[in-house]
Structures are given as C-alpha cells and as structure tokens.
Design a protein around this ligand. Structure first.
Ligand SMILES: O=P(O)(O)OC[C@H]1O[C@H](O[C@H]2O[C@H](CO)[C@@H](O)[C@H](O)[C@H]2O)[C@H](O)[C@@H](O)[C@@H]1O
Length: 260
C-alpha cells in the first residue's frame, strides 16, 4: 500500500481515466467527516460541489453502509448509482434478495432489543435498524472495550448467525451471502459498461472491495493502515478534495466522445 500521490499511484490514476470509468465512493469517513452522532454526519459543501462537477464527466456511485433512504437525503445531488446497506440495497437486479435480508434483520432486531434492555449493557449502545442490515454503535458508551466484548458475545448467540463486520465504534450485522461492497461495485461496472473503476473508502466493510485486488479497480483507502488490502492510500481525510480535483482535471481534458 503506497501513497496515491506517488509516481506509481498517479500512473494508475492516469491509466484509469483514459478508459470508460466509474467513480465510486464510500460515505462516512470518506466523503463526510466522522462525527459522534451518526445522524449528524454531513457532506461538506466543498465536496458536494466537486461531486456535482465530477458527475457530469463520469458515472458516479455512492456505496455506503447507510440505507438508501438515509444517504439520499444527505447527498444533495443524484449520483448515477446509490447502493446502501454495504451492497445489499439498491443494486439493480438484486431486488429479489431484499425480502430475505429484511426478514433476517427483523429476527435479529427482536433478539437484540430483548438482550440490550438488560442492565449489564451500557445505555449508550445504539441500534441502527437499516431494514436490510443492522449497525450497533458503541461510540457513546463509558467503557468501549468492555461494551465491544459484550456485544461480540451477544452476536455469537444470534440466530441465524450474522456476518459481523467491525467498523468505527460499530458492529455491522449482515446476511451471510455473497453480496457486499465488492460484488456491488463489479455489478455497477457491468451495468455502466465501465472498463475500470476508482473506489475510495476508509473502513472495514470497504475491505470487501480492496481485497478483490482487481487490476481494473484502483482502490484507495483514506489514511494508511498496515492491515488494509487497498492499492493506495490518502494520508488524511482532507486529501479527498485533492483527489476529486485531480480526477476532474483529467476527465475534463479527455475528448467528449471518450467521456460518453
Ligand atoms: O459505508 P459507510 O458510508 O462508511 O458507512 C459506515 C457506517 O457509517 C455510519 O457510522 C459511522 O459514522 C458515524 C458518523 O460519522 C459515526 O458516528 C459512527 O461511529 C461510525 O461507525 C452509519 O451510522 C452506519 O449506518 C454505517 O454502516
């Protein structure tokens, strides 16, 4: 994993922009700064303005852990694709799987509501029901390590067994099937007839994209992590602005026929 703005990274970016490409982004921690209360996350105007320009030059996808309803209200513009619930919601052609995911989530919800009401669990634990997946947040608890351990034990007893993906002070409970951010991205590329894609993310569920290590997908992580499978990293969250600017300059410089 090297810095994106290095000779090797810029070479990959230039090569990608020369073909018909999809620009895909995660939301929290990538486009929107992390804040203590999930509902207070906002897309900064400086980023929205650039995304609006970018969307005129190339197809744009937002692939997030939030629900489609939640994220759509936060964007303030309409990208070509909006995928929610870590790839489980909003992918054209995958609608048939939704009913099953919804039923599984309701089952977990009942079990978790009962358990989390017990006095041993910190009242700061917040369950976010996103219809097709659940997020259990523990950012607001007194003892983060203790709550994380208790929650992991609790999830081990859930039926049916979820796929538990830890994130930033959150556990995401997902269905155990092949749909995730990586498979969603490949499906969007197929639908958009894209020869390549840029994917930018910051968290553990973004590793489903990074781990694919596809040569046609340029994967970029926000902040360096020795454990990440991403190709490149941007050192600081603010560097997303530079990346958007560099993309816009390159894409705007292409002949119109290539952008179509
Ligand atoms: O895939 P993403 O777009 O990165 O979404 C991942 C989760 O983001 C949200 O939670 C995270 O961001 C919150 C706001 O900054 C923060 O308070 C929380 O601690 C983070 O885990 C969102 O609430 C979840 O539904 C998403 O799965």
């Amino acid at each position: 994993m090297g810095p994106l703005f290095s000779d090797a990274g810029v070479k990959r970016l230039d090569k990608l922009v020369n073909g018909h490409m999809l620009c895909a982004f995660d939301f929290d921690g990538t486009l929107a700064p992390i804040v203590a209360i999930p509902d207070e996350a906002r897309l900064p105007d400086s980023i929205r303005e650039r995304l609006l320009v970018l969307a005129k030059l190339a197809p744009v996808a937002i692939i997030t852990g939030r629900s489609v309803l939640d994220i759509s209200a936060r964007l303030g513009f309409k990208p070509d694709f909006v995928v929610g619930n870590h790839g489980l919601e909003g992918v054209p052609g995958w609608e048939g799987l939704a009913a099953e995911h919804e039923a599984t989530c309701s089952t977990w919800r009942v079990q978790l509501d009962l358990a989390l009401a017990k006095p041993e669990f910190d009242r700061g634990i917040q369950l976010e029901d996103k219809r097709y997946s659940l997020s259990v947040h523990y950012r607001q608890v007194e003892d983060v390590d203790q709550s994380a351990r208790q929650l992991e034990n609790l999830f081990a007893g859930l039926s049916p067994a979820p796929r538990v993906v830890a994130g930033k002070c959150v556990f995401n409970l997902l269905a155990q099937d092949a749909c995730h951010k990586g498979s969603a991205l490949l499906r969007l590329m197929e639908l958009g007839d894209a020869a390549g894609a840029l994917y930018v993310g910051d968290d553990v569920t973004d590793e489903d994209v990074f781990r694919m290590r596809r040569p046609e997908v340029l994967s970029v992580r926000i902040e360096h992590s020795a454990e990440s499978a991403a190709d490149f990293f941007l050192p600081y969250p603010r560097d997303i602005l530079r990346l958007l600017d560099e993309l816009i300059v390159r894409l705007a410089g292409r002949p119109a026929a290539e952008r179509a």
